[in-house]
Design a protein around this ligand. Structure first.
Ligand code: XMP
Length: 326
């Protein structure tokens, strides 16, 4: 498909000047393509959808309708950041959908990892579609497709995530980043004024914390994942590891072990820390975190996260272990 091939000789966008030139050209093209119609975009707050949103806002302003679905499996502070950056700072036309109960009710009791993924992906499409049907005059669908997604159409994203709106909605795709590599998307995002914390963030799976709350998701254990993840991220940022380690997160498996809290026996969950480096996510090595930092993170987690009395560090490379636990 010639349509899906990066134009020959296209320069690698790696300076603010090249990013600015790309943005100018795209803004012109998007204006011409979209005219005075409306564009719909699912804005997760990840790098790709955030950069597409910022670009479309620059081109067509409030003709872009962003839908942010909070499925309850986002990291601590993420929905708030999407609202702050896009609605408050960029004046985006943003619909925030609180679908937390709906997702968690649907997921209740499901232990099979692939079924969990299907429920999350399927429910996401339903919620998005319901929102889309409430709107008039939408002609286009914005998407954060990037070049690696096209090259690896059987890659991790395509393999795991259920995607796409039903064809009968008949929306024309707008994919302004489809020839860009990830580093170029980040460069464009910076030039569009998106905060560093949004542009440089580590990869985050579509099903979010759902695959890190191993087994059947419960609200209390999901909170343990979210709170411990926030502590790990905060400590990595403070200790210069943010942006250095490729991906890091916590996992809470559905087991309990004995501990002693305030002189009484307690039977609580362990938190597993995972921090890996990789080039292509096909193989990965484990980050050598300084022991003192591991001890400090452990102390914070057992003191600050309800229901947790033990912290472990996952020392397993990929292969044999995948990066995620599910
Ligand atoms: P694994 O666990 O397969 O992960 O070693 C490799 C990379 O893919 C991410 N990942 C996902 N991304 N939807 C996604 O969009 C998913 O269902 C999914 N599962 C894993 C994982 O975070 C890692 O970066």
């Amino acid at each position: 498909m010639t349509d899906n091939k990066r134009p020959e000789g296209m320069a690698r966008i790696n300076t603010p000047e090249l990013a600015a030139a790309f943005i100018d050209e795209q803004v012109k093209e998007l204006k011409a393509q979209i005219g005075d119609s409306k564009v719909l975009l699912a804005l997760s707050g990840g790098v790709d959808s955030s950069v597409v949103a910022a670009l479309l806002i620059k081109a067509v302003g409030r003709q872009l309708v962003c839908v942010h679905v909070n499925h309850g499996l986002l990291r601590k502070g993420e929905p708030e950041q999407v609202i702050e950056v896009f609605r408050n700072q960029m004046d985006a036309n943003l619909i925030y959908v609180d679908a937390v109960d709906r997702f968690l009710d649907k997921l209740a009791g499901e232990t099979d990892p692939e079924k969990k993924r299907k429920i999350i992906g399927g429910e996401f499409i339903k919620v998005f579609e319901e929102e889309a049907r409430k709107l008039d005059g939408i002609k286009f669908l914005g998407q954060g497709t990037i070049y690696p997604d096209i090259l690896e159409s059987d890659g991790i994203k395509a393999h795991h995530n259920v995607g796409g709106l039903p064809a009968e909605m008949n929306l024309e795709l707008v994919e302004p980043l489809k020839f860009l590599y990830k580093d170029e998307v980040r460069c464009v995002g910076r030039a569009l004024g998106l905060p560093a914390g949004m542009v440089d963030r580590q990869p985050f799976p579509g099903p979010g914390l759902g695959v890190r709350c191993v087994g059947a998701i419960t609200r209390d254990r999901l909170e343990a994942v979210r709170e411990s993840d926030a502590i790990l991220r905060e400590e990595f940022a403070k200790n210069g590891l943010e942006g250095k380690v490729w991906q890091y997160f916590t996992v809470v498996p559905d087991v309990r072990s004995t501990g002693i809290r305030d002189g009484k026996r307690c039977f609580e969950w362990p938190v597993v820390l995972r921090a890996v480096n990789t080039v292509d996510a096909i193989t990965a090595t484990v980050e050598d975190i300084p022991f003192a930092l591991l001890q400090h993170i452990t102390s914070r987690i057992i003191n600050e996260v309800p229901g947790v009395n033990r912290v472990l560090y996952d020392l397993t490379p990929k292969p044999i272990a995948t990066i995620e636990w599910e």
